[in-house]
Ligand binder design. Structure first.
Ligand code: ZN
Length: 167
């Protein structure tokens, strides 16, 4: 059936003109059912326009295990070596200053230490006498040096909590 756009009258498909109002039905396309090809195209268009979901990456446990092992090895090495950093700031007897990394750090020694840092910790202040006795007390560290480096100011400042004292 062809529906007349003018009067909405239903006309048989063969009619060239609306039998009711005489409208030219040749202008009206007959309502054909969509062909299977058209249906397929429409279906494909619908599917291809849908966003493709990102693939959820399975979180590998291998990475985590490696990290734990690495941390464990590092932790054990740290416990065995027990490294410490000792800094002697430039003073009269040692105008260049020195930093050394030593092993077998005792529990009384902070990770970063210096004569001034030890004086601050033990006496709450720095004096020339304390400096000398602190230096004398740590001479045994020289047997346990891993590496000897030039004076590192930030290592000194870490040992004193950011304080600097006259040389
Ligand atoms: Zn009509």
């Amino acid at each position: 059936m062809k529906k007349c756009p003018n009067c909405n009258n239903e006309n048989p498909n063969g009619n060239l003109f609306c039998w009711k109002c005489g409208y030219d039905l040749a202008k009206v396309p007959s309502a054909l059912p969509a062909s299977p090809v058209q249906t397929l195209h429409a279906e494909l268009a619908k599917q291809t326009s849908q966003p493709i979901q990102p693939v959820k990456k399975k979180k590998g446990t291998g990475c985590l295990i490696s990290t734990i092992i690495l941390l464990a090895v590092f932790g054990i090495a740290w416990l065995i070596v027990r490294p410490g950093v000792f800094t002697i700031q430039p003073i009269g007897a040692l105008p260049e200053g020195v930093t050394f990394i030593y092993y077998s750090r005792g529990p009384e020694m902070p990770l970063f230490s210096s004569p001034d840092g030890l004086c601050l910790k033990i006496q709450g202040g720095v004096s020339l006498l304390c400096r000398m006795s602190a230096l004398a007390a740590v001479t045994n560290l020289t047997d346990r040096i891993i590496i000897r480096l030039p004076y590192i100011r930030w290592a000194y400042l870490l040992s004193t909590g950011g304080m600097e004292f006259e040389q």
